[in-house]
Design a protein around this ligand. Structure first.
Ligand SMILES: [Zn+2]
Length: 388
């Protein structure tokens, strides 16, 4: 590497910022991490951040780690994360009761300090500096200061308000990803850095409410999100919970299922809900997409997962939209269905488990002989003609 590259990251001790540090280290950046003590109840996260930095050091990887003490300033604020007499809510992380875990203006304050540090490094080394942010698509509506438009606006203000600010840029490597993408990136970074993934992540903490030994109940919103992310990459979370991994995982899956069910109930029509979530069937010859003949893609009603291309649709005369082939990357799930005294193959969305319909063996021979018989209300249609 010709010139030295610098990155500054706010390191909370949680999995996103830990992954970010690994991300820049694996790309051979000189990394400075700042952890903030703002009087959070889960101040143990700073101990975890220190332990991670020490682990890196023991593995011969060096970063600068600063701890900024903001306790007296942030004592002025109200949030269940700080106030001793306010309880931290449990449940799903997208529910509105989680709003009490918002700390007023937190990311604006942290960003100001991180920007100040980045600018100081830029001036000292006459170099350009990246500020790494873990912003991702799963950042929630209740944390408006996690959104990219917030960072666009605040960085604009910093650039106007400082000399040499052209040396500093904001970098958002996870912008289009989610918690799963972040953990997958961390797996890749660990390989490059020759670090044991579990050894790194057992030194992180995500809970807002750990017990005296730093173990979480697994029931706060941020716990549940973390547990589901590890589950989605097919790994057990290496940190200890107050109960077994099987129990916390089961609980997280139940909370997620209940949350999604309520979401579907409020966003789908009664018929769409009945068909997709309760494996119902629409009456034949009633579906809007039955006669759809334009060029385009048929997607899952509940999650927009692409299922069929219009060129595989044919008129079977059965009264439901019929397709002979699914899209190559659709990966539609097949399940033996013994209901109604018949043996049929049911098909479901691989991403959100929506019931789509059935597949039969009376399709056109020249295309393999299958007929996907799909409920019109289980799908959306995206026309190519509309976009052109
Ligand atoms: Zn779906």
């Amino acid at each position: 590497m010709s010139a030295e590259q610098f990155a500054v990251i706010s390191l909370s001790g949680g999995m996103d910022s830990t992954s970010l540090v690994l991300h820049y280290l694996s790309k051979q950046y000189n990394v400075t991490a700042i952890s903030f003590n703002y009087g959070q109840k889960h101040v143990i996260e700073i101990e975890r951040a220190k332990s991670f930095v020490q682990f890196l050091k023991d593995s011969n990887i060096h970063i600068q780690h600063e701890i900024a003490d903001l306790t007296s300033a942030m004592e002025l604020f109200k949030s269940s994360l700080i106030s001793k007499n306010e309880e931290i809510p449990t449940g799903h992380y997208e529910e509105s009761q989680m709003k009490s875990t918002v700390v007023p203006n937190r990311n604006a304050i942290f960003s100001s300090i991180v920007f100040g540090k980045a600018l100081s490094i830029a001036q000292e080394h006459k170099a350009s500096v990246k500020i790494g942010l873990g912003v991702h698509s799963g950042d929630h509506a209740i944390y408006p200061d996690c959104r990219p438009e917030f960072y666009d606006a605040i960085s604009h203000a910093f650039f106007i308000g400082n000399w040499d600010s052209e040396r500093v840029t904001f970098d958002l490597p996870y912008l289009h990803g989610d918690k799963t993408t972040i953990l997958q990136d961390a797996i890749d970074s660990c390989k490059l850095l020759k670090l044991e993934f579990d050894e790194v992540f057992k030194r992180t903490i995500t809970s807002y409410e750990p017990d005296g030994e730093g173990r979480s109940s697994g029931k706060t919103g941020s716990d549940i999100e973390r547990i589901l992310a590890f589950h989605s990459i097919g790994r057990q979370d290496p940190i200890d919970y107050q109960s077994s991994w099987e129990e916390v995982l089961q609980h997280a899956l139940q909370v997620e299922a209940k949350f999604l069910d309520e979401k579907y109930k409020s966003t789908l029509t009664d018929l769409e809900y009945y068909v997709t979530r309760k494996s119902g069937t629409e009456r034949p010859f009633t579906g809007l997409l039955l006669t759809e003949k334009r060029d385009g893609t048929f997607t899952c009603k509940c999650c927009d997962h692409p299922l069929f291309d219009s060129n595989s649709k044919f008129d079977s005369g059965c009264g439901w939209p019929s397709f002979h082939t699914e899209l190559e990357q659709a990966n539609i799930v097949r399940i033996e269905d013994l209901s109604h005294g018949m043996i049929r193959i049911e098909v479901r969305c691989p991403k959100c488990d929506a019931h789509l319909g059935h597949v039969f063996n009376d399709g056109p021979r020249e295309f393999g002989g299958e007929r996907y018989c799909i409920n019109s209300v289980s799908m959306n249609f995206e026309s190519k003609e509309d976009n052109s």
